[in-house]
Design a protein around this ligand. Structure first.
Ligand SMILES: *Cc1c(COP(=O)(O)O)cnc(C)c1O
Length: 219
């Protein structure tokens, strides 16, 4: 499916939800995609990309930045403490602030450098043991903790469990965001971004629907 088809589907979903399409940012998730596919999307004029792994992002985006102006990079995968600094240097947004330890590491580096990407706090809405994110019951306290650290919290992010109805998770994330006065909602992937938009998504993270199936699996 082409980028313009995805844009059309986003516009239609916004229309049906009574929202303006300018409220929704399309993050093209380029993890594990060959460079020529990424370049094709850059050549179509798209500039907002998401990467799962800091290492991979560091390998490909500095080069693309030399060739294309105005690239905005979003780190969307789980962070190790020792990768936080590199993630902050590379990305304009981090969607996967998933525990206090990472929030404190970001705050320390932001204090030192005077710069910080915009942040989404990841909520483990399905309470899955293997998945990153703060538990829903601890989310309010985590938002407060991040604000007390003066972190630029833009909103919340979730990845619904694959076997469950995503709507329930989108609604839960929207509710937690609203009661905390947060407007950003990073939710919705290739299979469910229209549904996410109907629940208020401001950032949809779409990979395979734009680039085609990934050739190797990525977490
Ligand atoms: C890979 C990934 C996506 C994109 O998934 P698709 O199903 O290919 O659209 C979105 N969000 C996160 C966190 C991802 O890791």
């Amino acid at each position: 499916m082409s980028l313009s088809e995805i844009r059309t589907r986003i516009a239609k979903a916004c229309d049906e939800a009574g929202r303006d399409a300018s409220e929704v940012t399309l993050i093209a998730v380029s993890k594990v995609q060959p460079d020529d596919r990424v370049r094709a999307v850059l050549d179509e004029g798209h500039r907002v990309f998401g990467e799962n792994r800091v290492q991979e992002a560091a390998g490909k985006w500095p080069g693309f930045r030399e060739a294309y102006d105005g690239i905005e990079l979003h780190i969307i995968g789980p962070l190790q403490s020792n990768k936080v600094r590199q993630a902050m240097e590379l990305a304009q947004y981090i969607h996967s602030v998933d525990r206090p330890k990472i929030a404190h590491a970001i705050a320390r580096i932001a204090d030192e450098t005077g710069a910080c990407p915009r942040l989404f706090l990841q909520v483990n809405t399905g309470e899955e043991p293997q998945k990153a994110g703060i538990l829903p019951g601890e989310a309010d306290a985590f938002v407060k903790e991040c604000r007390d650290l003066s972190l630029p919290v833009e909103g919340l992010m979730c990845i619904p469990p694959v076997e469950e109805e995503a709507s329930l998770h989108f609604a839960l994330l929207a509710k937690i965001a609203e009661r905390n006065g947060l407007t950003g909602l990073s939710m919705g992937m290739s299979g469910d971004f229209e549904k996410a938009i109907s629940f208020g998504a401001t950032h949809v993270r779409v990979g395979s629907a734009i680039f085609g199936a990934r050739e190797t699996p990525a977490g």
